[in-house]
Design a protein around this ligand. Structure first.
Ligand SMILES: Nc1ncnc2c1ncn2[C@@H]1O[C@H](COP(=O)(O)OP(=O)(O)OP(=O)(O)O)[C@@H](O)[C@H]1O
Length: 255
């Protein structure tokens, strides 16, 4: 018997005006696996994640978590579902007016009703997991470098030990060395928690560090999927053009 995927998009369609950004998207990720979605700008990578988070509602298809459709869940059920999910948004998305520990513990304090003292301890543990000094806990986001903010965002994503982690362009705006450190931390945390991970990135080095598997989204569908190591050997024309950064090829003709 085949294993039920942790998360699956089944025939998902999402339109904006006349354009179907997702056009019958079929994609799934098995429990404990890390899937990275690559693809050109505007191809619907963020929309794919937003539909799974319930931030955008698809017009067609199903999105299944552990085999159960989660499209159109009422708010109370959606909130419950969120307690099983951690997200690192592009730009870390920390609240400027909250200290770092309050940012990291936001969900514990505001959704899970964890007392402040205990929430602070858990936040500091999570900061240590991402190699941030406990002294950072009482500082504010504006006092941290971009790389440290990403680490704090990662600590917030993992603090409640989620079953599923989403990473939206986790290394955008970082220098290559800091980006490599963040990729390694992401990979370590996903493995430590045994979580299922879905990431989107433009950065191929990032895709190969954090992904067991890579899927390429183009024209609202997955045009290639394979083990991360195959990215550089597949002869799929979409992947070849993307990896080699060539302006000519099926991607240029399709847009
Ligand atoms: N709320 C919205 N209203 C209208 N159009 C939208 C909305 N959100 C996304 N789109 C459109 O959907 C398409 C896909 O957007 P999306 O952000 O998912 O692309 P992406 O693959 O993540 O691109 P990038 O790599 O540039 O971030 C784009 O053409 C975008 O303009």
């Amino acid at each position: 018997m085949t294993q039920t995927p942790k998360l699956a998009w089944k025939g998902v369609t999402k339109r904006f005006g006349d354009r179907a950004v997702l056009d019958g998207l079929d994609l799934s990720v098995a429990p404990g696996r890390s899937l990275v979605i690559i693809g050109g700008s505007g191809q619907g990578k963020s929309v794919t994640i937003k539909t799974a988070l319930g931030l955008m509602r698809p017009e067609g298809g199903q999105i299944e978590l552990d085999g159960e459709n989660i499209v159109g869940l009422p708010e109370s059920k959606r909130r419950k579902l969120f307690s099983r999910i951690g997200v690192l948004f592009q730009g870390a998305a920390l609240f400027d007016s909250l200290s770092i520990w309050e940012n990291v513990a936001f969900r514990l304090l505001n959704a899970d009703g964890v007392p402040r003292k205990q929430a602070r301890e858990r936040a500091i543990d999570a900061l240590e997991q991402v190699r941030l000094d406990p002294a950072v806990a009482d500082r504010f986001p504006s006092e941290l470098s971009g790389g440290m903010q990403k680490r704090a965002g990662l600590a917030r994503a993992v603090v409640a030990q989620p079953e599923i982690l989403f990473f939206d362009e986790p290394t955008t705006g970082l220098d290559p060395i800091t980006a490599a450190a963040i990729n390694q931390l992401i990979s370590d945390q996903v493995r430590r928690l045994g979580s299922t991970a879905v990431s989107i990135t433009h950065d191929l080095a990032s895709a190969q560090t954090i992904g067991d598997e890579i899927a390429m989204l183009h024209g609202g569908k997955i045009v290639w999927r394979g083990p991360a190591a195959d990215l550089h050997v597949t002869d799929n024309p979409y992947v070849r053009q993307f990896v080699e950064g060539r302006p000519d090829g099926p991607i240029a003709h399709a847009v």
